[in-house]
Design a protein around this ligand. Structure first.
Ligand SMILES: [Zn+2]
Length: 206
């Protein structure tokens, strides 16, 4: 057998491959360890490239940002209805939050504090669509008095401290849906479009 040809092929990058001209099997220039290391490295890269599902903390932060945006929008609606400039009202803190699901229709009820130009802080109530993006998604926004204790079935168990206006005006919370609250799983839509999850909501739950 003529090995001289094989040796000359071995010196180039394709050493070890069988060719049509010379199908003689010869040892691969790659050791088992080389292949194993390459496989491990490729697997690691694949893992790094895979989009990670957001952590619980990420989801919380994302939801808080979304809530603040929703409430700033709700305040803008309130300002317009009361002939005020949006700059006259400053969102201070979200005090209570509760997501209500009524046969697939979602509402989020909020209590939050608002500072007016003279520095006084008022408690507000707002009801918005869970994926609030435009003024039409703000269903109700009003300042509260201490005597306000409007009825809300959607909040009475999950957020019993959440105050509602006495004169109503909110759409959700009037139906007794009669089954436990469902969690929205947003693991499939890690973008910014998902409904807020129920994980770690208002102080009252879990
Ligand atoms: Zn409510």
């Amino acid at each position: 057998m003529d090995f001289s040809r094989g040796r000359s092929i071995n010196s180039d990058a394709f050493a070890g491959l069988e060719t049509w001209e010379d199908p003689t099997p010869r040892p691969s220039p790659f050791t088992f360890e080389d292949l194993r290391d390459a496989f491990v490295e490729a697997s690691k890269r694949q893992m790094r490239l895979r989009p990670k599902s957001p952590s619980r903390e990420d989801l919380m932060i994302r939801r808080q940002e979304h809530d603040r945006k929703s409430l700033v929008m709700a305040l803008n609606v309130y300002a317009k209805q009361n002939n005020m400039q949006p700059s006259e009202l400053e969102l201070v803190e979200i005090m209570q939050r509760n997501l209500i699901d009524e046969y697939g229709k979602g509402y989020v009820h909020f209590n939050f504090t608002v500072k007016s130009l003279d520095g006084t802080v008022h408690l507000f109530f707002a009801e918005v669509h869970p994926d609030c993006r435009e003024v039409e998604d703000v269903y109700h926004c009003t300042a509260l008095n201490t005597i306000d204790s409007g009825h809300c079935i959607g909040c009475k168990d999950r957020a019993s401290d959440l105050q509602h206006p006495n004169d109503g005006g909110y759409l959700g919370g009037h139906k007794d849906v009669g089954f436990p609250f469902m969690e929205y799983d947003d693991s499939d839509s890690a973008g910014e479009d998902e409904w807020p999850t129920m994980i770690g909501l208002s102080e009252g739950d879990k």
